[in-house]
Each structure stands twice: as structure tokens, then as C-alpha cells.
Design a protein around this ligand. Structure first.
Ligand code: ASP
Ligand code: MG
Length: 407
């Protein structure tokens, strides 16, 4: 008898018929003799509505603890409804709210970190032959107040529960059939991957692929939880996220991600001397602006240079304001901002042991006349910044260049 955790996202529990379909799916697994713990999201669209109500009533400086009370309610509803749907099929089931599991978190309301869970009450319910249905996305702080884990946080709830229960697998049901080599809406020849490593999935998630929440992947990697991403709308295996050792034939590049949530800032003519970068990036950090890629050109005259970096689009205005504030200290000639850029990343653990991966990327883009504005690399990924207008062309060209096209 195996124990599996199954997590259902918002579209999988979007209405009562979908919830009944989920109950039937859970029952099938249980009929095979396995134990099931389920984690649910709120019905599609509900969390957005709840957040909107908090904004409208609470103003700009709303109480974050009360925000959590409101937005956690979406998952409370679906956990109870799914338990009822299971009972209607003759399956003993009960719901667990975050505080009942309990999922202990810190006090950062709105984006709480999970500290620990033994999930003892959940274990007991499973031992009694019940299906445990945990409301995802929520936890409880030491002072007893309700917390939420940040948008998309029910993936994290599922992985946390799977780790605590020592589950054989954590199935994440969503509205796509798995993890694809790239976005199939843009590249028709994209293929579903049978397996992907934790590290690659982590890069894919943080570089723009929206299929799994980034934090949940990091946790799964740390605790060795085998995750499967699959669709609740079809009956086909999805993508397994596993250790590198479990992958037999490794491509050099496994996937290509992109993010339009990028903006480029260039400081023209800053002094080429110690302390300048520290002032620029120190002031941005103080204002909570996250910087991603950074390029500094060599100075032609030994006195001044240009510094280019990227921030998320939502942070661009704040970054410009911060840099205007330190203009006197930095004495730069001008500031240029460009929000029409996209970051495209090729990802693969295979590039660790392969030369020429970057060269192929640059060559492919050059052949299409696409100019690269910034580059950043890690051991298993290469990211480039290009004009947003070339997104589709770049993705398609790179997808075939790395041999990922479906045949
Ligand atoms: N319902 C929450 C959200 O929409 C959590 C989740 O679905 O993962 O962000
Ligand atoms: Mg989600």
C-alpha cells in the first residue's frame, strides 16, 4: 500500500462538477488500495476576487493578518466541498484547515514560510481509513493567527505535506498535461517532457514557466519528494520531477523558458571607480528592487563607463526614482529605460559537461538578426535579453537548434 499526495489547482476544482470528477479520481486511487491525502486550491478566480475585496475595503495599507483571514477562505470552501463529494461516493473523508494539520509558519502574513509540520492529525485520519483533504495555501503562526503562503502557495502546501508524510509521490494536477520543452502556445512543436530534474524545473519555474510555484520545487528538491505534474482533464501520465540519477538519456538542453516581466535600465557615463556599483545596487536593494542581469561595459577612456541591468517591469518606475535620487552621488550622464524586452533562457543539466551550448544560442540568434542586449549564465542555464518583438522567432529558432522539435 502506497501513500500519495494529490494536489488539485483552481481549474480542477472550478465548479461542483469538477469537484465531483476530482472525488472520482481520488476514489479510483483508493480503490487500488493506496492511501490518499489531497490538497486543494480555491476555485479558479476566487482568490483574485478575495484579494480585490481586501484592496477595495482595506485601502493601500490594509492589515496583512486580516488579508490572510479573507484570502484563506477560498481553500476552506473547496476542502469542505471535496470531503462532501468523497462522502457522497461512499469514501470516508474529512477536511483539514491549515491550523488543524497543523502547517506551522512564521509571521510574514501574505507570504509566510512554512516552519514545520508533523501532520500528526492528518496521519491519524489516514490510519483510520479516511481521505484527508487539506486546504492548501494556508498555515498558522505561533500566535495562532491564520497565515497564507503567497500566491500559488498551495503547490508548497502539497510538497510540505508529502515530505511530512513520507509520501511515495506528490501529484500536482493542473490544466496542462505536464512540463513542456517550451510554451506550446508559441511553439507548436513543443513536447511534453517525461522527466525533468529538480534543478532544471527550478530554473524553468523561476525563469518564467508558470506550471509549478518556484518555492515548491526548491522544497521538493531539498526533501527528495518525487513530484508529478499532470492534467486533471485527461488520463495520461504527466512529467515527473526527479533526481538527475533517475534520468537515463539526458538532452543537453531540456527546455527553453521566457519572461516578458523584464525591464532594462542603462546608466550612461558613470564614473569608472570603486564604490560606484555598490552605490547603484545598494540603493536599489534598500528600496527592495530586485536586480537580475547586470552588464558593465569596459570604459573607453578609463574614466566613465555604462552600467546596464534588468528589473521586473513592476519595479521599473521605482528603480528610476531611486536612481534619480542618487544622481548627485553617481554623477551619471543619463538614464535610459526600456520595458520592451524579454528574457529567453535555455536550461539543461547536460550543458555542464558540454562545450558549445552558448555558442549555438548566439549563432542561432545572429542568423535571425536578433541582437542580444545582455547575457547571464549559471552552470545549467544561459539567459539572454532581447527586443520583445522577437520573442516568438527566438523561441522557435532555439527550439529547433537544440533538437527539441517534435517529429
Ligand atoms: N488560491 C491561491 C492562489 O490563487 C493559492 C493557489 O492556488 O495555489 O494564489
Ligand atoms: Mg497554481
Amino acid at each position: 500500500m502506497a501513500l500519495v499526495v494529490q494536489k488539485f489547482g483552481g481549474t480542477s476544482v472550478a465548479d461542483l462538477d469538477r469537484i465531483r470528477a476530482v472525488a472520482e479520481r481520488v476514489k479510483r486511487v483508493r480503490d487500488q488500495g493506496d492511501q490518499v491525502a489531497v490538497v486543494v486550491s480555491a476555485m479558479a478566480g476566487v482568490t483574485n476576487q478575495l484579494v480585490e475585496w481586501v484592496r477595495q475595503l482595506g485601502g493601500a495599507t490594509y492589515d496583512r493578518a486580516e488579508y490572510d483571514v479573507v484570502v484563506a477562505s477560498g481553500e476552506q470552501v473547496t476542502s469542505g466541498l471535496l470531503a462532501l463529494a468523497l462522502q457522497a461516493l461512499g469514501v470516508p473523508a474529512r477536511s483539514f484547515l491549515g491550523w488543524q494539520a497543523p502547517i506551522a509558519t512564521d509571521h510574514s502574513h501574505g507570504k509566510a514560510r512554512v516552519l514545520a509540520t508533523e501532520a500528526t492529525p492528518v496521519r491519524q485520519a489516514l490510519a483510520h481509513g479516511e481521505v484527508a483533504v487539506l486546504a492548501g495555501f494556508q498555515g498558522v503562526a505561533a500566535d495562532g493567527r491564520v497565515t497564507t503562503l503567497g500566491r500559488g502557495g498551495s503547490d508548497t502546501s502539497a510538497v510540505v505535506l508529502a515530505a511530512a508524510l513520507g509520501a511515495e509521490r506528490c501529484d500536482i494536477f493542473t490544466d496542462v498535461e505536464g512540463v513542456y520543452t517550451t510554451d506550446p502556445r508559441i511553439v507548436a512543436k513543443a513536447c511534453k517532457l517525461a522527466r525533468i530534474t529538480y534543478e532544471e524545473m527550478l530554473e524553468m519555474a523561476s525563469l518564467g514557466a508558470k506550471v509549478l510555484e518556484t518555492r515548491s520545487v526548491a522544497l521538493a528538491m531539498r526533501h527528495g519528494v518525487r513530484v508529478q505534474v499532470l492534467s486533471s482533464f485527461v488520463d495520461r501520465p504527466g512529467t515527473l520531477v526527479v533526481d538527475e540519477g533517475e534520468i537515463v538519456e539526458q538532452n543537453i538542453v531540456s527546455g527553453i523558458a521566457y519572461s516578458r516581466d523584464e525591464a532594462k535600465v542603462t546608466l550612461v557615463g558613470v564614473a569608472d571607480q570603486p564604490g560606484v556599483a555598490a552605490t547603484i545596487f545598494g540603493s536599489l536593494a534598500e528600496a527592495n528592487v530586485n536586480v537580475d542581469m547586470i552588464v558593465q561595459s569596459v570604459s573607453a577612456d578609463g574614466r566613465t563607463t555604462d552600467v546596464t541591468f534588468t528589473v521586473s517591469r513592476g519595479d521599473l518606475a521605482r528603480a528610476q526614482a531611486v536612481l534619480a535620487g542618487v544622481r548627485a552621488a553617481l554623477d551619471y550622464r543619463s538614464l535610459r529605460a526600456d520595458a520592451e524586452v524579454v528574457k529567453v533562457s535555455v536550461i539543461g543539466v547536460g550543458m555542464r559537461s558540454h562545450a558549445g551550448t552558448a555558442h549555438l544560442m548566439f549563432k542561432t540568434l545572429a542568423e535571425r538578426g536578433i541582437n542580444i542586449q545582455a547575457i547571464s549564465t549559471s552552470e545549467i542555464k544561459i539567459s539572454i535579453l532581447i527586443d520583445e518583438a522577437y520573442t516568438e522567432l527566438a523561441l522557435r529558432a532555439l527550439h529547433s537548434a537544440y533538437g527539441l522539435d517534435a517529429v
